[in-house]
Ligand binder design. Structure first.
Ligand SMILES: Nc1nc2c(ncn2[C@@H]2O[C@H](COP(=O)(O)OP(=O)(O)OP(=O)(O)O)[C@@H](O)[C@H]2O)c(=O)[nH]1
Length: 698
């Protein structure tokens, strides 16, 4: 059965199709046929039509002659490229004429064409379009259906519906004869309950089909199978992978501080080569190129949740024990959890900077819990650290890498991804977000992922900056400000991309003169909560291409929070620079007003005391009584400060001009003068400082 070859038909998973809906769904070449049919003339394009021409009288005559000579007669093969016009209710004679053959040829071909009608006269009308196609094909010609809307004006205007369906259903009825089914679908309204029948009709018509999910239009060619994990990878494809580390320990023993230090030393002090940060997990790259993935969800909940899902996504547990407190309740619990999961432990004995820190006592307390550290003859590494100051934190990372080496951690980087969801949340702007720890394969944008009963298409993958500190810790840090200039910013942008771009710009800030902290950032309108946060951290709110929620506006006004709105990144960055500059303390530059040479010193009586006075002559500029003065002897400054008095002859004056003589008395009466000393009169002018931060491109 010839048909519209390669046509893709989308079916939804409904079973109770009626014939009518199949036809509608089939969009379909069948429909196109009827469209052709409904027109006065549709076109069938004979592209590279090749056939052997029937022998003409002349041919037969020639054949006879050649046969007599013992030579085979071969009628010439002709290649025709022509367009055959067909039309509704066309007769056999019309078709023969269009094809450039005679009716005899058509009768002959018709013997091989499947059809129930007996076309036995040149005037027989061919109602079935398929028959025409078959005749053309069986004649060794090719045909091409030209889209009537493109090639021929469709002036049917929806008329002739009856005829269309007549032809349409005829096609289906005809095809149905070759489809295996027990039901007699004899009316256009017949419902096809059997999905296979629909598929067979489409296939027998030479079309392809694709089953689509009715709710989300994604192809489901799973044939009812569920997604399954791949069998274990061939060891030859396995490659080294970074260890995944979870930090555990008793409350307040410094887990968050350690995570922060790990993150920040990498960036700020450049002790590590670089850092990639995610929400929920981050990767530290050491100078050596080694990488360590830290799950930044300290605490037991995350760990036990993962365990409860039967997952072992942690390779190493870093057990933080404060050296002043020693082993506490949750330390014991953490040890138990790590043991149950059969995850090796590295102990970080923290807070060694504290006077009350007792490393040996802590080690012995651990021993009592069955944790024998190397010093005490065991095989568990223990690294004394100060998470707060960063002392020995690099030794801790080295210890982790050493442990990972022993474990020979490897992964299969190829094929579909298998990952562990570490965190998930709903973001009003970005939608559903999940932090996934990829355990096998490579996650790609656009991949379709399944977790439990949920599935999703990966729209984007983010490497996110994290707030340095969180919660109470953070609040405390900001409140304990020791006077160091610091600009706190709360950033809101219209889309992820712009916020990301700005964060990247702020990342380039390194100046030691003033700290720059992004206390919070996000996408969308500024909310009242943002304003509260800004108050808490004494931050300026910067917006990029976004607005304030009315409630935020009111509370910003009430709380006196500065909100600066920008639509151009360049201007926003310039403004941040200006804010930084405004925070920098001024420096002072000296401006010399005049100089005087000391001619002699004499002593005057002030009450009971004798105080020295310099008899001078102004040699340069002017001397101003209220300005500052320096006494310089052989390039050495012996005094810097104010005058007690300035006299010209006997009178107290406020200034002395060049070449005038004067008596100058310093505020420090212990300073004595010598002839030849220089007294310099100067003022200190405030000079604003400017940040040397010049982000690339700004
Ligand atoms: N002196 C000193 N203080 C530290 C050190 N590490 C952490 N701290 C302080 O200890 C307190 C608790 O630290 P966190 O990092 O919040 O402790 P945590 O274990 O994450 O606490 P939870 O999240 O509540 O379980 C904070 O005040 C830190 O500044 C350290 O090495 N030395």
């Amino acid at each position: 059965m010839a048909g519209p070859i390669g046509k893709m038909i989308h079916l939804s998973h409904r079973l109770n199709f009626c014939l009518h809906s199949v036809l509608t769904k089939s969009t379909c070449n069948v429909y196109k046929f009827t469209s052709h049919w409904s027109q006065q003339a549709a076109s069938i394009h004979l592209s590279t039509a090749v056939w052997k021409k029937r022998k003409t009288k002349e041919d037969r005559k020639k054949e006879k002659e050649l046969k007599a000579l013992g030579v085979d007669f071969k009628p010439k093969e002709k290649i025709h490229r022509k367009v055959v016009n067909v039309w509704r209710n066309m007769t056999l004679k019309d078709l023969a004429k269009s094809m450039g053959v005679d009716c005899d040829h058509l009768y002959e071909v018709m013997m091989y064409v499947d059809n129930s009608v007996n076309y036995d006269r040149p005037s027989s009308v061919i109602y079935d379009f398929q028959v025409i196609i078959d005749i053309i094909q069986k004649s060794g010609m090719k045909y091409m259906v030209i889209n009537p809307t493109n090639s021929v004006a469709d002036d049917s205007n929806g008329k002739d519906v009856e005829r269309r369906y007549f032809v349409l259903f005829n096609h289906l009825y005809e095809v149905m004869m070759y489809v295996d089914n027990s039901v007699n679908y004899d009316r256009p309204s017949s419902v096809i309950y059997d999905f296979q029948v629909i598929i067979d009709i489409i296939q027998k018509s030479g079309m392809k089909y694709m089953v689509i999910n009715p709710t989300n239009s994604v192809a489901d060619d799973s044939n009812g199978k569920d997604v399954e994990r791949r069998p274990p990878a061939d060891p030859s494809v396995l490659m080294k992978r970074p260890p995944v580390v979870t930090i555990m320990g008793h409350v307040d023993h410094g887990k968050t501080t350690l995570l922060d230090t790990l993150r920040n030393t990498s960036v700020v002090k450049s002790e590590f080569g670089g850092i990639t940060q995610h929400i929920g997990a981050f990767v530290v790259t050491l100078k050596s190129g080694e990488q360590v993935t830290f799950l930044d969800t300290p605490g037991h909940a995350a760990f036990s949740n993962m365990r409860s899902r039967g997952a072992h996504c942690t390779d190493i547990v870093v057990l933080v024990v404060a050296a002043d407190d020693g082993v506490m309740e949750q330390t014991v619990e953490s040890i138990r959890m790590a043991r149950e999961a059969k995850v090796p432990i590295i102990v970080a004995i923290n807070k060694i900077d504290k006077p009350a820190a007792d490393i040996e006592r802590t080690k012995n307390m651990l021993l009592a819990q069955g944790i024998t550290v190397e010093d005490l003859g065991g095989d568990i590494q223990a690294v004394p650290i100060s998470a707060l100051t960063g002392t020995n934190v690099d030794n801790l990372t080295e210890a982790i890498v050493a442990q990972a080496e022993i474990m020979h951690l490897k992964a299969d980087y190829g094929g579909p991804v298998e990952a562990m969801i570490v965190e998930s949340k709903f973001d009003t702007h970005r939608g559903k977000l999940a932090t996934a720890l990829v355990q096998r394969g490579t996650l790609k944008k656009g991949a379709i992922v399944v977790a439990g009963q949920a599935w999703a298409k990966v729209r984007s993958m983010l490497c996110k900056k994290r707030l340095r500190r969180k919660g109470v810790q953070r609040e405390k840090e900001y409140k304990d400000d020791s006077g160091e200039p610091r600009l706190n910013i709360l950033l809101k942008g219209d889309v992820d991309g712009s916020v990301e771009a700005l964060l990247d710009v702020f990342d380039t800030y390194t100046s030691a003169l003033c700290r720059l902290d992004i206390v919070h950032y996000g996408v969308g309108q500024v909310s009242a909560t943002d304003v509260e946060l800004a108050t808490l951290f004494n931050a300026i709110i910067y917006t990029f291409n976004t607005t304030l929620h009315p409630a935020a506006k009111t509370s910003a006004e009430e709380l006196g929070v500065t909100v600066k709105q920008f639509n151009v990144i360049y201007k926003l960055v310039e403004d941040v620079k200006e804010e930084i500059n405004a925070m920098l303390p001024h420096t002072y530059a000296e401006e010399v007003l005049g100089e005087a040479n000391v001619l002699q010193m004499f002593l005057i009586t002030d009450g009971k005391k004798k105080v020295p006075v310099a008899g001078c002559r102004c040699s340069k500029g002017v001397l101003k009584k209220n300005a500052l003065f320096k006494l310089v002897r052989r390039n050495e400054v012996l005094f810097e400060g104010k005058l007690e008095s300035m006299k010209h002859l006997k009178e107290e004056v406020t200034s002395i001009k060049k070449e005038l003589e004067c008596g100058l008395r310093l505020e420090d009466p212990s300073i004595e003068f010598e002839p030849g000393d220089t007294i310099v009169c100067f003022v200190k002018n405030k000079v604003p400082q400017f940040t040397d931060w010049n982000p690339p491109g700004f």
